[in-house]
Write a protein that binds this ligand. Structure first.
Ligand code: OSB
Ligand code: MG
Length: 369
């Protein structure tokens, strides 16, 4: 396979409802869409980096620089036979997982289309539908928070993640648990606490949470291992797992019991698959997190979730949770808390609508061989 042309576009989408976490918030997103052309095939990827460096350090701008100046020039005009070989073309570039993930996802879509099968099949997915859930931003008005949860429960979602932060934790979790005694609920702190808060966090053990996600520092395993010995609620790592090597360190040091895997955070599907398989083989729970993906990235996340290792409901909801109109057709919808995997269609399974993308494009760059 050979790519003749890489088109990068910065695309802006407004969230119909602003989203707030402990360290970051957003009301509009700028993701970089990747269009690969070659061998008569057009394939798509999405770089879902936030605009600010408050989650993992990368931003839309850093990704634009790395993709345009290093990654795309390394792959155009080169022969490759599978997405792993494609990724080796730019392996000299260290880190920058979000930037790599946009291009790598497009390579998987390209390979799927070349092989005439769905992205799910290309990745080795077997689930006919994925277990969907919602991630809810911080909503300090508890009546409104409960009304929002009720709305998603009524839509059929069976698992709810709520963001917590110092000053917004034990009481809101208690209120949610009292109102929804049987709902699968979890909390995500986005690294807002320190080990000195352990006694405070232990109060969450009373509420039968599925897990607490990334309570401590974004790059720390040792403190999470210590905290896990002090809490019964399972710890899930998000920010701290960027590579298979990190996952191995997490397992060896017992720094948690669950991993939130997002292809954008770990550099793409190849690394995400490897982490999922390592975790599953070691009794670590696996689910798929999100970055408020537009339709292209969301279609990719659905395909990833279709792997057998993704055994817990994740954050991949229908796109109507975030956007009034998405950039793909048909709409990505969850029914009864599940999204059907479109294995009857080749590639992503939801097709980008180029007119809608153009209408939202702020900048474009084309890299040719
Ligand atoms: O920590 O999982 C997170 C969004 C942006 C950055 C980090 C996170 C999130 C979410 C939203 O929780 C998940 C989604 O619905 O896409
Ligand atoms: Mg998280």
């Amino acid at each position: 396979m050979k790519i003749e042309r890489v088109t990068l576009s910065v695309v802006v989408m407004s969230l119909h409802t602003p989203f707030k976490a402990s360290t970051h918030g957003a009301d509009a997103l700028r993701h970089i869409l990747v269009k690969l052309e070659g061998d008569g095939i057009t394939a798509w990827g999405e770089c879902a980096a936030p605009t600010e460096p408050y989650y993992m350090g990368e931003t839309t701008e850093t990704c634009w620089h790395i993709m345009k100046d290093f990654l795309a020039p390394a792959v155009v005009g080169k022969e490759w036979s599978d997405p792993y070989e494609f990724a080796r073309l730019y392996e000299r570039t260290k880190g920058n997982g979000f930037a790599k993930s946009g291009l790598e996802m497009a390579a998987w879509d390209f390979a799927a289309r070349a092989n005439g099968r769905s992205l799910s099949a290309e990745l080795g997915g077997t689930r006919p539908e994925i277990l969907s859930g919602v991630s809810l931003g911080i909503q300090r008005d508890l009546d409104k928070l409960i009304a929002t949860i009720q709305k998603y429960v009524d839509q059929g979602y069976r698992r709810v993640k709520m963001k917590i932060a110092p000053g917004f934790d034990v009481e809101p979790v208690r209120a949610v648990r009292e109102r929804f005694p049987d709902l699968a609920v979890m909390a995500d702190a986005n690294s807002a606490y320190r080990l000195a808060d352990a006694d405070h966090l232990r109060q969450l053990d009373a509420f039968d949470l599925m897990m607490i996600e990334q309570p401590l520092e974004w790059d720390d395993m040792v403190n999470h291992a210590q905290l896990q010995t002090m809490m019964t609620t399972p710890i899930c790592l998000d920010e701290s797992v960027r590579t298979v090597a990190d996952a191995r360190r997490m397992i060896d040091s017992k720094a948690g019991k669950v991993i939130n895997i997002k292809a954008p955070r770990v550099g793409g599907f190849g690394e995400a698959k490897a982490i999922a398989e390592l975790a599953a083989a070691n009794g670590i729970g696996v689910w798929c997190g999100g970055m408020h993906e537009f339709g292209v990235g969301r279609a990719g996340a659905v395909a990833l979730c279709s792997l057998a290792a993704f055994d817990l409901p994740g954050d991949i909801s229908g796109s109507d949770k975030y956007f009034d109109e998405d950039i793909v057709e048909p709409v990505i919808l969850a029914e009864n808390g599940a999204i059907r995997v479109p294995t009857e269609r080749v590639g992503l399974g939801w097709e980008p609508v180029e007119g809608r993308i153009a209408a939202r494009t702020l900048a474009t760059d084309v890299i040719t061989a």
